[in-house]
Design a protein around this ligand. Structure first.
Ligand code: NSS
Length: 432
């Protein structure tokens, strides 16, 4: 890790040092107590926490006073010597010879009993807490593994724009923004742009934010979420599901391998059981939901409750395929054997989490796509360029979008999706 001259070691590096070695560390006051004139500071940096002992004799009276006055979350630099101490949780302590307060912190607002809304209003400070840092480290590993899988498998990264002119996933959740003397929207998905890019690179992906004006305030909706999307030329629905399954397994494996201890600190035992992910149809899923008392008319999309009921039937993520045409966006390819359903698949994560991936096979014929656009009452002129992709060298292709925060929520079992992102955006949250 980079060091910038202020410190000689990160806290995690102290473990390997021997008794008496002199070091200089820097960080933030995590806890503080005093006993018989000796000040004990639990100091944290990005790598860990160590107990610092500040007492007269080893340090000056002024140093002890500075340590005593440092508030929770004050930033300090400590010079001292390593002391091996079997009683301390890390087996090591630092006996200070010098304490410098760099930034004071008179009364840090985050307290153990702070309420949820207060913590959200103070998110910029809350992200310093152990729980939030753990959640964000899992996020880091999920994003890293996702990108890694795509790179290892030869996918080319291509970003879509954030300002777009038309809906991908239906008008109801579009965010409208003024764009000079016109209207623009914030992208709901980069799918159409990835579809354009398959003609150059065949297998493509992106990881970027998508926006949905979801008025529903649920534990699994954000208005701004990170979307890992992929599009594959020549892939059919099954090929697409094979890609998703491999990607999800890789993410689960790497997060456990690299951050299993962090999941444990979050109180989470996570393990993805062996075996292929089951693939069931919408009709079969509907039966499961019915059996569990969630009544849905054939043709409706599943809501949170139905997805929860269905996913609780399986200990692995389950693909639900072939939804009714009218429940899905216009670009999905109707099943040639049964044109009232489409060749799509949603992946529902277990433990009641529900949908984390949505995707499927796309309509590749110009006539069919045009007729679906008209059927849905959309304006074909808004989709001219998208239609071109069917005019010039069209190929069968499939793709999907994976919600990064929903995946994190599943892996961590965090109760709310907002803790899977540093600065969540929901209908009522635009600050900080
Ligand atoms: O609407 S999706 O099901 N599908 C698409 O957007 C496709 N155009 C993706 C594609 O094929 N390239 O959204 C995909 C995933 C969904 O399964 C969720 O995991 C996530 O995106 N998603 C969300 N996460 C958090 N909050 C909200 N509001 C949200 N909406 C979708």
């Amino acid at each position: 890790m980079w060091k910038f001259g202020v410190k000689t070691h990160f806290i995690a590096e102290l473990q390997s040092l021997s008794e008496g070695e002199r070091v200089k560390i820097a960080g933030w006051v995590y806890r503080k107590s005093e006993l018989g004139g000796i000040v004990f500071i639990r100091l944290r940096d990005s790598t860990g926490v160590v107990q610092v002992v500040v007492k007269e004799g080893e340090a000056s009276k002024e140093d002890v006073e500075r340590a005593r006055s440092a508030g929770i979350e004050a930033s300090i630099v400590v010079e001292g010597r390593v002391k091996r101490d079997p009683r301390s949780p890390t087996g090591i302590e630092l006996v200070a010879s010098r304490v410098t307060v760099v930034g004071e912190s008179p009364d840090f607002p985050i307290k153990p009993d702070s309420g949820e809304e207060f913590l959200l209003d103070n998110r910029h400070l809350h992200i310093r807490t152990t729980r939030m840092r753990n959640a964000l480290m899992i996020r880091r590993e999920v994003l890293r593994a996702t990108e890694e899988w795509f790179i290892k498998n030869g996918f080319v990264r291509v970003e879509g724009p954030t300002f777009v002119g038309a809906a991908v996933e239906g008008g109801a959740t579009l965010f409208e923004v003024p764009y000079f003397n016109r209207k623009a929207y914030l992208t709901q998905s980069s799918q159409f742009y990835l579809e354009a890019a398959i003609f150059s690179f065949e297998n493509v992906y992106t990881i970027q934010p998508s926006f949905r004006a979801e008025k529903s305030r649920t534990r699994r909706h954000l208005t701004e979420f990170w979307h890992a999307e992929a599009e594959m030329a020549w892939a059919d629905l099954n090929g697409m599901m094979d890609v998703v399954e491999s990607l999800i397994r890789y993410i689960a494996e790497k997060v456990v391998e690299r951050a299993g201890h962090i999941l444990e600190s979050l109180g989470r035992r996570f393990e993805l059981p062996e075996g292929r992910f089951p693939r069931i149809t919408y009709d079969e899923a509907l039966e499961i939901a019915k059996r569990k008392g969630v009544l849905i008319e054939w043709g409706e999309d599943f809501g949170t409750e139905a997805e929860r009921a269905i996913s609780l039937e399986f200990d692995l993520p389950v693909f639900v395929t072939r939804y009714p045409k009218k429940a899905k966006a216009f670009y999905h390819k109707p099943d040639p054997e049964r044109p009232d359903v489409v060749l799509c698949a949603d992946l529902l994560a277990p433990e009641g989490i529900g949908e984390i991936v949505g995707g499927g096979q796309r309509i590749e014929s110009l006539e069919e796509l045009l007729s679906r656009i008209n059927e849905e009452g959309l304006n074909p002129r808004d989709y001219e360029w998208y239609l071109d992709l069917r005019r010039y060298g069209s190929v069968p292709h499939s793709g999907f979008g994976l919600g990064i925060e929903r995946t994190i929520r599943w892996i961590t079992a965090l109760p709310h999706i907002r803790d899977a992102i540093p600065f969540p955006r929901t209908p009522t949250r635009l600050y900080p």
